[in-house]
Write a new protein. Structure first.
Length: 209
């Protein structure tokens, strides 16, 4: 009986290892089937929704575009510095993500302000300083509000005048959406941290479009 229990435990352990190794995150958003010719043969490939081109300014006054994130896994959210309710909770929770991956070279956090008129570069820098954010692993961005509202749709969230969703969106190195997490929920943020680790372990994360 003792050996039977040990054998069952061993099988379960091997199964757990196998499941972990094969576990990958889903790819979210729209997808289209595209037919292409390879070596004279027609093949159907799947093209996934990706984050489009953008250009904003960060808290250091640097110009940041989608190209600035080439080769990076990142988490995005939408906020404004004078937000009285969910934003402070979201960014207190995001600090857990920031501290977990602060030393990781191919990971960033991107927070888009929906109130660029108030959230100038100086205001964003002071906001980052109050959170204790330094360096270039977490960028607070501002740009034209119409561009910000439009970009939010690409992340599958809503952002408009004075109102935004509280989700953290996980983006892979191919700029595809790999997860959505409620930023005010510590359990969801903990899952986000674990999913970032899973995503970083995916073989195709060394490939950049």
């Amino acid at each position: 009986m003792k050996y039977l229990i040990l054998a069952i435990a061993g099988i379960m352990a091997m199964s757990a290892c196998t499941n972990t190794a094969k576990h990958t995150l889903p790819i979210l958003g729209q997808r289209n089937a595209v037919t292409k010719t390879v070596n004279g043969k027609s093949e159907v490939d799947t093209v996934y929704q990706t984050i489009p081109k953008f250009k904003f300014i960060n808290q250091h006054g640097d110009s940041i575009s989608n190209k600035s994130l080439d080769g990076d896994i990142y988490v995005a959210d939408f906020f404004f510095t004078s937000c009285p309710n969910i934003c402070p909770v979201m960014h207190r929770n995001m600090l857990d993500v920031y501290h977990t991956f602060k030393g990781v070279g191919d990971f960033k956090i991107i927070s888009y302000s929906i109130d660029p008129k108030h959230d100038s570069v100086n205001v964003l820098k002071k906001y980052a300083d109050r959170l204790g954010v330094t360096g270039n692993s977490w960028w607070f961005l501002q740009g034209k509000k119409e561009d910000t509202y439009s970009l939010a749709k690409s992340y599958m969230v809503s952002a408009q005048e004075g109102v935004h969703d509280g989700y953290f969106i996980l983006i892979d190195k191919q700029k595809r959406i790999r997860g959505s997490y409620m930023g005010t929920d510590p359990a969801e943020v903990k899952k986000l941290i674990e999913d970032i680790k899973i995503l970083r372990a995916e073989p195709d994360q060394s490939i950049v479009q």
